[in-house]
Design a binder for this molecule. Sequence first.
Ligand code: URA
Length: 192
Amino acid sequence: MSSEVRMPKPHIPLEELQTQVANCRKCALCETRTQTVFGDGNPDARVLFVGEAPGKNEDLQGIPFVGKAGQNLNTLLEIAGLKREDVFIANVLKCRPPGNRDPRPEEIEICTPYLREQTRTINPEFIVTLGNFATKFILKTDRGITGLHGKLMMAGRFKVFPIYHPAAAIYDHSKWEALENDFVTLGQLLKQ
Ligand code: URA
């Protein structure tokens, strides 16, 4: 057995990670993106929100959740007593998949080391996963969001709270009620 003392890996500052992401050419999404979308918000946030991937507006502005799904998210944050500047918002993928298609497994594998480092550096108490892709990645599960949303889980030292993707409510109003209820629960969890 080795008596070597293992030092924890140093955290990479967010600015340095952001530069790495901006210069990333590890997959073909770099050919079609306008710009990368690193994530945005409070670097010391207690809550990290993780979405799927930038859409058209996010790709143009370089900021996550600025389109219709983002308007829904802003409304929902208020229900939990949160403001965007309190939280950090990131995505599984940092570049827009063309036509907003689903992220591919190989893209997730290549891109998620960035999310992992962001998470280590921000070190939130809660990770709120928005929709199936983020939930499956963070919880390492094949279970779908329908069975998991609104239930508090753990992934390592992080409390994980899966919810429907805010875009799901654009086309299916029944999801809006579930989202509102889950944000009420999140607000209560944050007060504990
Ligand atoms: N949907 C996402 O999952 N992320 C965004 O940034 C925008 C829409």
